[in-house]
Design a binder for this molecule. Structure first.
Ligand code: ATR
Length: 279
């Protein structure tokens, strides 16, 4: 794609940003929809993140994605947060509005739900309790999204219990915190099991969790997508549970940003998935 002088510009801000698949993902869509636009990696160190975000309107950017470790700084820097960002306490999508002010959004929860709904046909948040493992930034957006979408309860287990309690307090209702040692007992009630920790990622040990008590009807998903089939998903699939891999969350969370910056509602397709994974 040739970029003209009038091209709409957005990007992804991170540190490091070199491993981000977002430029490939948005680049695919720009090409597919014939948009005169560009989506670039923005390599910004932590001490300059606020300054870089504030400079977006001056540079004529439509906005940007924000990734590790800038999501909280972005939430503190933008002029306004939408509900999703306020609830998650973090921003992954910045939109420069018509008047030049900055709106922060968090589309991780949206991406998570859309991926589940696409990957496990008929799955509904109100089917029963969800067990969420981990209490980091990703867990926050996922727990809020599940409750907002109708999950009757989220059972939250984290190695460090205080972090789970803090998350539950911030969310304000609907979350039951269980001890790490009780994590396998919690599974007996689960309609959904989500891993939000880094366990199972290439180079990390598998998540230490026996699925023995998990009902056969439960859906299992992982936000880790390197490898696509984590040990957790592999085990779940082997015992007959439906599994949804994590790369779809990355693809779906990108949709609202693309629509806001470039004016086209993009589609997540098998071709896109293969293209992004092929990086
Ligand atoms: P984020 O970027 O999402 O905020 P993070 O702060 O690195 O990520 O958190 C990752 C999650 O993985 C946390 O829930 C962490 O548990 P702690 O709060 O106890 O640190 C979890 N995690 C990391 N290593 C783990 C391990 N070996 N066993 C269990 N959980 C682990």
């Amino acid at each position: 794609m040739i970029v003209s002088g009038k091209a709409k510009v957005a990007g992804v801000m991170g540190w490091p940003v070199g491993h981000s698949r977002s430029p490939r993902l948005h680049g695919f869509w720009l090409d597919r929809y014939g948009v005169d636009g560009a989506y670039v990696p923005l390599s910004v160190p932590p001490e300059r993140a606020a300054e870089a975000i504030r400079a977006l309107p001056a540079l004529g950017f439509r906005g940007c994605n924000v990734t590790v470790p800038h999501k909280e700084v972005a939430a503190a820097t933008v002029d306004r947060l939408d509900d999703s960002a306020r609830r998650a306490g973090a921003v992954n999508t910045v939109v420069v509005l018509e008047d030049g002010t900055l709106e922060g959004r968090n589309t991780d929860g949206f991406g998570f739900l859309e991926n589940l709904k696409a990957g496990a046909r008929g799955w509904r948040a109100d089917a029963g309790p969800a067990v969420v493992v981990g209490a980091g930034g990703a867990a926050r957006a996922i727990v809020a999204a599940l409750l907002d979408d109708g999950a009757p309860e989220v059972l939250l287990v984290n190695r460090t219990r205080e972090r789970a309690e803090q998350l539950a307090a911030d969310i304000g209702g609907g979350v039951r915190v269980l001890d790490w040692v009780s994590r396998e007992t919690a599974l007996a009630e689960a309609a959904l099991l989500v891993n939000t920790t880094t366990q199972g990622m290439a180079g990390h040990p598998p998540l230490d969790l026996s699925l023995e008590r998990l009902p056969a009807s439960a859906v299992v998903t992982d936000i880790v997508y390197t490898p696509l089939m984590t040990p957790l998903l592999h085990d779940a699939h082997a015992r007959g549970n439906r599994v949804v891999d994590g790369v779809g969350m990355l693809l779906h969370q990108a949709r609202p940003g693309f629509a806001a910056w470039f004016g086209v509602e993009p589609e997540v397709t098998e071709e896109l998935r293969r293209f992004v994974l092929g990086a």
